[in-house]
Write a protein that binds this ligand. Structure first.
Ligand code: ZLS
Ligand code: CA
Ligand code: ZN
Length: 387
């Protein structure tokens, strides 16, 4: 029926539960779970579902989420509703507000995206999959006892905790435009997880305001986590060539120095140009080249979504990155399949690769000299691991 073949001994698994797609954060809120419906429609219209193992995942149990989150916080998430929230004395304590509102089914939403991430992690652990994908996951800001930045439970932290049962060293790479602060914080004091985030950094004017180059783990060199948090703070407007160059210059030596046995890749789509919240100028192909570079390292990979606030481009990106994981990206027609259900969302061009950098909303404020200083700074940190 279609030309996509599965290479032997290499399995890509796709973990999803379409119930997550129906939740609403509220009218004007930028996080739209229905971007996942659009993503899956493109994946299927291209026929990629036949090249992967598809898993319908269950919600994470409370016990599973309590591996990272406190009982108090989980109790709160479970009991709070839009109707009773005004009687709740601890909304501020749990950081509930405009960014992280209380909406109908909040607990189900969080436990569903978390369940898919745990399922993906388990399939990697028992080697039933080499690349396990959950586009509904990647919610990197959630903390042990509080919500943050549209994230309620930290599915990434929970998935990494699963991986650590079988894997000695996990490399976490985050290409969302925001700093992966929740994951960094959770593994700050261990040398069994190296966290590496590329993000826009402006301490006072861009969320969450953490992740300077100098933030590399605990100051005390006797703490095993020292030098195992890496940050690549960027300015507005970074472009394709520079970003991909920087990504390779940094990821390659990280893998060489740290020798991870598995990689977790958060593929936030808000680092694309034309994102409603982002401020970079990346095109879909360049973002995809980062995923391709990681795939070619030939280590098992857990692939997550994350941010992404222009739904049509989120769907294009994650469908394209699904094809990169499968290894069939060359075979995709740039023209979207005519039978794509929501084709109108991709009009007028109906292409997988619309130009996202041309209208240059953001001037590139990252000089070559600045980018070199980042590469040098990271290489300096990695030198500590050798000793
Ligand atoms: O990484 O910048 C902030 C915090 C504020 C400004 C916004 N107000 C509402 C709260 C205080 C300082 N928050 C960021 C959070 C970005 C989270 C990114 C998540 C991820 O991509 C992973 C999933 C932020 N940026 C933009 C908004 N919030 C935002 C924009 C528009 C709205 C509507 C709904 C709510 C209030 C009006 C809102 C938030
Ligand atoms: Ca990031
Ligand atoms: Zn983001």
């Amino acid at each position: 029926k279609n030309g996509i073949v599965r290479p032997k001994g290499y399995t890509v698994s796709f973990h999803a539960n379409s119930s997550v797609e129906k939740f609403h954060f509220g009218q004007s809120h930028p996080m739209k779970p229905w971007r996942l419906t659009l993503t899956k429609q493109l994946v299927m219209a291209y026929g990629m579902h036949t090249a992967m193992d598809l898993y319908l995942t269950r919600a994470a149990t409370r016990e599973e989420m309590a591996e990272f989150h406190t009982e108090d916080y989980l109790d709160f998430l479970k009991r709070v509703t839009p109707n009773n929230m005004l009687l709740e004395p601890r909304l501020a304590q749990y950081n509930i507000g405009d960014d992280c509102p209380i909406f109908d089914g909040l607990y189900d939403y969080a436990s569903l995206y978390t369940g898919a991430s745990l399922d993906a992690a388990r399939k990697l652990c028992n080697e039933q999959s080499q690349v396990a994908i959950n586009w509904s996951g990647g919610l990197h800001h959630a903390k042990k006892t509080e919500a943050s930045g549209f994230c309620y439970t930290n599915d990434i932290v929970l998935a990494i905790l699963q991986l650590l049962r079988y894997h000695p060293r996990v490399l976490y790479i985050d290409i969302d435009v925001h700093h992966g602060d929740g994951v960094e914080q959770a593994f700050w004091s261990t040398d069994r997880v190296m966290t590496l985030s590329f993000h826009k950094y402006d301490k006072d004017n861009f969320f969450p305001g953490t992740g300077p180059l100098s933030s590399t783990g605990p100051e005390n060199p006797l703490n095993p986590g020292a030098h195992h948090a890496l940050n690549v703070p960027l300015h507005d407007g970074i472009e394709d060539e520079d970003y991909v160059w920087l990504f390779k210059q940094i990821v390659e030596p990280c893998v060489g120095a740290y020798q991870p046995s598995v990689i977790v890749l958060q593929c936030g789509a808000d680092s694309l140009g034309c994102d409603r919240l982002g401020c970079f100028n990346l095109n879909i192909r360049a973002h995809g080249r980062c995923v391709d570079f990681v795939k070619r390292l030939n280590l098992p990979i857990l692939v997550f979504g994350g941010g992404g606030y222009t739904p049509r481009n989120v769907a294009r990106l994650w469908a394209y990155e699904t094809s990169i994981c499968i290894g069939c990206s060359e075979q995709l027609d740039e023209k979207l399949p005519a039978h794509t259900p929501a084709l109108a969302h991709f009009a007028p061009d109906n292409t997988l690769f619309p130009p996202l950098s041309e209208h240059g909303r953001f001037e590139n404020k990252n000089s070559r000299q600045y980018l070199w200083s980042l590469v040098e700074g990271i290489h300096k940190q990695l030198a500590y691991l050798e000793s």
